[in-house]
Design a binder for this molecule. Sequence first.
Ligand code: PAF
Length: 277
Amino acid sequence: MKIISSPLELKEYLKTLCGDPEKKVGFVPTMGALHEGHISLIKKARGENEVLVVSIFLNPTQFLAGEDLDKYPRRDEADKKICELGGVDVLFFPHAKDMYGEDEVSLLAPKVRGYVLEGTSRPGHFNGVLTVIMKLLHLVNPHKAYFGKKDAQQLNLIQLMVKQMFMDVIVVPVDTVREKDGLALSSRNAYLSSQERQEALKISASLYLAGKMVSKNVLTTKEIVHAMRETLAPLEISYVAIVNRDFEYIEKVEIGNSIILVEAKVGTTRLLDNIWL
Ligand code: PAF
């Protein structure tokens, strides 16, 4: 596995490695602190491409002032091992100063889809996500890029950016990986005490309840959201929402076109989860 930190060196190296345009390049962007969720992205990408590039970059522009940028878990050596074992060909590990200059061209998230749900809790967050993904996609120039469904709104906005900017990359959504007891894997789970981890199970429990209601043909979103909020109590809820795959609020669950999302605070940690129905 080749580890590269300079963006221009990465471009040059990939040119030589992927001389044949038929060679498919898969790309998995991450912020490190890799867990089984990332490993499933890496596995899927490894199986579908000749060349596999992973990036580890704790992108400062997607953190708002006062958020957890400084305490975000870092496990650089363990991450490198995971990539090596996952058959990664190139690990891109840049420094912030190599990715950003002084007076930056910026990319803005759409005014509607970028400012609902997670965009309301973290206004401007998606500007940073889209900007860094645009930069990374230009550097790696992959055929396919892999993103977890757990960050459903992020995934949706990246798909929108790729479409609206006429980019060639195929965005591949990958299912959320959960612990046996239902907790969705997240690098931020590292912040939870054992009691908080127990409380966090209310989040997946509320989603399972929603899934059960839908399977019994209760489709009215008001009714489902109400029951979910009861299950989540007394957690501090940022939102419980049911949207279609274009992230528009809907009044009735449409099977095959709905996402049920929760964001709640457990202790001081904000956790996200969702199910796609
Ligand atoms: O989901 C993440 O880890 C990050 O938001 C991403 C997509 C790597 C961009 O920094």
